[in-house]
Every structure is written in structure tokens, then in C-alpha cells.
Design a protein around this ligand. Structure first.
Ligand code: GLU
Length: 279
């Protein structure tokens, strides 16, 4: 039985791109789950979460209860990070954004990954006593995955994308952050822990996240989690060929609804058949 999920962050109102992702996931799954990705407490707002439920229901979607909220999953993320720590796979990183930008500028030719310059590794090999001193003196730190080390331990990996086997190139994202300075977990870690917890068998999402799948597959292997199948889908773009922004209210489902659009109008605009008839 195929289990899918839609995993929005309540940091703004849902727009047409979200509608496509949600409808795609709901259609692909025999069971359809919802997950609220609200670990970034500073950016999430309760009214956006409430709007997610309303807007999805307006589109005709229903999802299983209970809804999983990442803000309630801190202990599961801690346990996963602990597991990586015990195996010596993460290290504290004290860098500010400026430290990283300065180092990249200084080094001239920084290695680039799928999403721009990679973390230049300033904190990767800090002596243990310096780490201890800095932590003791209260300097905030994130935790990063030592990808080179992790790859050796995990060995060659692959994942299934639309049924096709893709070899993992985890190095393309560099030493990703697994726990942020002000948060218990970062995106990649939370997603793999929760997809496994919820029993998701098919991860559907926009193709902008295909590159993230490589490191997520690596994390699954390191944490002994099952690997779901993947189906990344096309992005819904605005008339300039750009992704919709959460700040652009003209395409929020809320505003389209308020200005008289029907769910059917949304399906047509997204190039989908009537969701309720085709499901
Ligand atoms: N919360 C992510 C987003 O809104 C989706 C994460 C995922 O589907 O893996 O872009």
C-alpha cells in the first residue's frame, strides 16, 4: 500500500505550487498523510497552520489523523542526533554566516555543490580541546554531518526516483547541518526521521528537492531507517518562470478563494483533471 505525505511549513499561506504538491501526493497515495514542518518556531505562525487545514479541505482533500507536527518531535530528533554523535559522524560548527562567506571569498575557488558553495570545513578538524572550550564558554554551535566520513561508513547507496535507480552523490551538499544553533534539528534530519516514523513509502515533492534526496538517503542509511521511493514532480512557476514566493499573495489559495475561484478553477490552472473525479 502506497503511503504519501504532504509536508508544508506554516510560514505563509499555501499557494498554487503547494496545491499542486498536495494534490499530487494525495493522488499518488492509497494513504495520504499530512505533516506540519514547524521546527523553525521563529518563522511559523498558528494562523498559517490553521489556514493549511482550511485551504486543503477547500480543495477537497482529506488526510489521516493525527497530523504530525515537527515541533512535537524534538526527542526523536535528539535520539537520531545522538546516534550519529556516538558514531563520530557529527561535529560542532561555531561558524556564523559571515565566517563562512569570508572563508569562501578568501579561498577563491570554493567547491560548489547542487545548492551553491559548500561549507568550507572551517570547524571540521578543530582540536577537541578547542571544541570543549568554546562549548563551555557558551558560543552557540550547530552540528554538521561529516559527509566524507559518513560516505565511507555507509558505502555506495542509491534511491528509486520514479522507479529508476539513481546513485547517491551525497557530497553534492557538503557537510550539511543536522542541528541548528537555535533548533533541535535541521530540515534533512527531521524529514528522514519523520518519513520513517510515519511509514511513508513514497515521498512526492517538487523537483527542487531532488538534490536533497542524496543526503537524505545517506542519513537513512546511517540511522538504519527504511528508504522510501521518490517521485519528484515539476514545479508550478509564475509567468516569469520563477517559483511562487510565500510573499506573493496574488497566488495564495486564500486570495484565489476569496476572489471567487472554485477548486475546479485551481485544478484547471494547474493542468490537472478534476481531482475528485480522477481519484
Ligand atoms: N517542508 C518542505 C517544504 O515546504 C517539504 C519537505 C519535503 O517534502 O521533504 O518545502
Amino acid at each position: 500500500m502506497i503511503v504519501t505525505r504532504f509536508a508544508p511549513s506554516p510560514t505563509g499561506y499555501l499557494h498554487l505550487g503547494h496545491a499542486y504538491a498536495a494534490l499530487y501526493a494525495a493522488k499518488a497515495g492509497a494513504r495520504f498523510l499530512l505533516r506540519i514542518e514547524d521546527i523553525d518556531r521563529a518563522r511559523c505562525r498558528p494562523e498559517f497552520e490553521a489556514a493549511i487545514y482550511e485551504d486543503l479541505a477547500w480543495l477537497g482533500l482529506d488526510w489521516e489523523q493525527p497530523v504530525l507536527r515537527q515541533s512535537e518531535r524534538t526527542s526523536a530528533y535528539r535520539a537520531a542526533i545522538q546516534r550519529l554523535t556516538e558514531r563520530g559522524l557529527v561535529y560542532p560548527c561555531f561558524c556564523t554566516r559571515k565566517d563562512i562567506a569570508d572563508e569562501i571569498a578568501r579561498a577563491g575557488a570554493a567547491p560548489h555543490g547542487a545548492e551553491g558553495p559548500l561549507y568550507p570545513g572551517l570547524c571540521r578538524d578543530l582540536p577537541e580541546e578547542i571544541r570543549r572550550e568554546r562549548i563551555a564558554s557558551g558560543i552557540p554551535h550547530a552540528l554538521r554531518l561529516n559527509v566524507a566520513k559518513a560516505v565511507v561508513i555507509a558505502g555506495p547507496l542509491s534511491f528509486q526516483e520514479h522507479g529508476e535507480e539513481i546513485a547517491v552523490d551525497p557530497v553534492s551538499l557538503g557537510d550539511i547541518v543536522v542541528a541548528r544553533k537555535e533548533m533541535p534539528a535541521a530540515y534533512h534530519l527531521a524529514v528522514v526521521v519523520d518519513d520513517a516514523y510515519q511509514g511513508v513509502t513514497l515521498v512526492t515533492r517538487g523537483e527542487d528537492l531532488l538534490s536533497a534526496t542524496h543526503v537524505q538517503r545517506l542519513l537513512q542509511a546511517l540511522l538504519g531507517l527504511p528508504a522510501p521511493q521518490y517521485a519528484h514532480h515539476r514545479l508550478i512557476l509564475d509567468e516569469h518562470g520563477k517559483k511562487f514566493s510565500k510573499r506573493d499573495s496574488s497566488v495564495t489559495l486564500r486570495d484565489l478563494h476569496a476572489s471567487g475561484a472554485t477548486p475546479r478553477d485551481i485544478f484547471v490552472r494547474l493542468g490537472l483533471d478534476d481531482f475528485r473525479r480522477t481519484r
